[in-house]
Design a protein around this ligand. Structure first.
Ligand code: AKG
Ligand code: FE2
Length: 318
């Protein structure tokens, strides 16, 4: 595993080289210490990122009235306007597995004319991200043991699904403060999240010891966060990354976050082999959807802002 230039040296899963034991060992270490790593040679072209970004910028530049047609009080509820997650954050959700249908239903409300380009590009991006997620889960399972992919992939991760969140941050212009919080500290309610950020930067990760570090934008590298569902499924062996977005410049910032999740009805329980002999279980079994509802119904947990996490929901008092 090589290392990318960042404020601290962080590991990289490079798909152009065969996965070997030393790569797996540093991956585990990164997931325990930080809950995230970079992935390179992922097979997604720069051209596709730039098309997704330019279509997203176009959508976010539409008048607020148009965007609110798919806002929190609409039938679709795919658009989250500013002042919900933060004053500077707005997002659009595209759900899989049919990314085309999901983006088309939002586009039909947003645009007066037929606009199939957006749906076609979202379909391509969503499918590529789903495929990449399965490859990453495969490597994560390998890091637990040689035959763990065969043992657990189909039965545990075979029904995962993904959704995409396009995010636009518009920091205030000409203010005294040097930086503002674009998105508060939170953990993701996913197994893994794959994040693309544009060149502005601002994503920060918190180490186990509570230290914040800047995750600088790095061309060709995507960021993979471990989410709460994977933390519970691994009995805490993998740490759900605590992260936030800090806006340091008065320039708009765009990010694309792809969440890979268990099916709603799945009962999440760490397999015995993952827990290990003599190690206590730290979570009770829970239904995936019940956790999502718990987070959504708590003011502090709303919109992924940390407050209540999987530990509060299913943690066992040892
Ligand atoms: O904007 C980013 O870089 C990260 C977004 C994020 O963490 C999220 O949407 O959960
Ligand atoms: Fe996040």
């Amino acid at each position: 595993m090589s290392e990318l230039q960042a404020s601290v040296m962080l590991p990289v899963l490079d798909f152009s080289v065969p996965v070997c034991p030393s790569i797996l060992a540093s991956l585990v270490q990164a997931c325990q210490e930080w809950g995230f790593f970079y992935v390179t040679s992922h097979g997604i072209s720069k051209d596709l990122f730039s098309k997704v970004c330019s279509l997203s910028r176009h959508i976010f530049s539409l008048p607020q009235d148009s965007k609110l047609r798919i806002g929190p009080f609409s039938r679709l509820r795919t658009y989250t306007p500013p002042f919900i997650a933060s004053p500077y954050f707005e997002s659009l959700r595209v759900s899989g597995p049919d990314f085309f249908a999901s983006s088309k239903s939002s586009a039909d409300e947003l645009f007066c004319q037929e606009n199939s380009e957006f749906s076609e590009i979202m379909q391509e991006y969503g499918n590529k991200m789903s495929e990449l997620s399965t490859r990453i889960i495969d490597v994560i399972l390998m890091s637990f043991g040689d035959d763990y992919t065969d043992k657990f992939y189909d039965s545990e991760f075979g029904h995962c699904h993904g959704y995409l969140r396009l995010v636009n941050y518009s920091p205030p212009k000409n203010v005294e403060e040097k930086e503002v919080e674009g998105l508060g500290m939170h953990t993701d309610m996913s197994c893994i999240t794959i994040v693309y950020q544009d060149g502005i930067g601002g994503l920060q990760m918190r180490s186990k010891e509570g230290e914040w570090t800047d995750i600088c934008p790095c061309e060709d590298a995507l960021i993979v966060n471990i989410g709460d569902l994977m933390q519970a499924w691994s009995n805490g062996k993998l740490r759900s990354s605590e992260h936030r977005v800090v806006l340091k410049q008065s320039m708009n910032r765009l990010s694309l976050a792809f969440f890979w999740c268990f099916e709603n009805e799945k009962v999440i329980v760490a397999p015995d082999e993952i827990v290990g002999e003599g190690i206590p279980r730290i979570y009770k079994p829970f239904v995936c959807l019940d956790y999502m509802k718990f987070r959504e119904s708590n003011e502090e947990g709303k919109f992924d802002i940390i407050g209540y996490t999987v530990k509060d929901f299913a943690g066992l008092k040892l």
